[in-house]
Design a protein around this ligand. Structure first.
Ligand code: RP5
Length: 171
């Protein structure tokens, strides 16, 4: 996409990319311009700071920050920017992502991070939440979001109808 990014997807490590591809898929589907960056709150603190301080000036409207373990990234970016920050806790091998979840969600009062579910569902929802925020000021995007919801509801109803037609066992 050539347009300036409205959403910045930042990940603490290249190892987070597989999960955050879910967010990329959603933003592409909604035709929302995005960028992806690997920036670590621990390993590249100066770059984290520079990124957070300049994102709004570059036209970014929402930051999605995915990180794992002692996951400070979303909180650090939120502390340095007035943009909405959505935190995606990564699944981890040691603690299943509970470490990432608590590190991301338990922000002390004053600096909010909108934390979504652990892993791929969270990455998907982070992008949908970013779309929802952007849709407040974009009628075409709002309409695509409404259609997305309608399609999802119809898919569930179709699945239910097929289950009933197949003679699904019931009490
Ligand atoms: C965090 O540490 C990253 O967000 C990643 O989820 C986790 C592990 O990073 P690697 O050791 O795989 O680079 O900073």
């Amino acid at each position: 996409m050539d347009r300036k990014p409205l959403v910045s997807i930042v990940m603490g490590s290249q190892s987070d990319l597989e999960t955050l591809k879910e967010a990329v898929t959603v933003l592409r589907e909604f035709v929302v311009p995005y960028e992806t960056r690997v920036i670590s709150a621990h390993r590249t603190p100066d770059i984290s700071r520079e990124f957070a301080l300049s994102a709004q000036q570059r036209g970014v409207k929402v930051i999605i920050a995915g990180a794992g373990k002692a996951a400070h990234l979303a909180g650090v970016l939120a502390s340095l920017s007035l943009l909405p920050v959505i935190g995606v806790p990564m699944h981890t091998s040691d603690l299943g992502g509970l470490d990432s979840l608590l590190s991301t969600v338990q922000m002390p009062g004053g600096i909010p991070v909108a934390t979504v579910a652990i892993g791929k569902a969270g990455a998907k929802n982070a992008a949908l939440l970013a779309v929802t925020i952007l849709a407040l000021g974009d009628d075409a995007l709002y309409s695509r979001l409404a259609t997305y919801r309608e399609t999802m509801a119809r898919d569930v109803q179709d699945a239910d109808r097929k289950l009933q037609e197949s003679g699904a066992p019931s009490a």
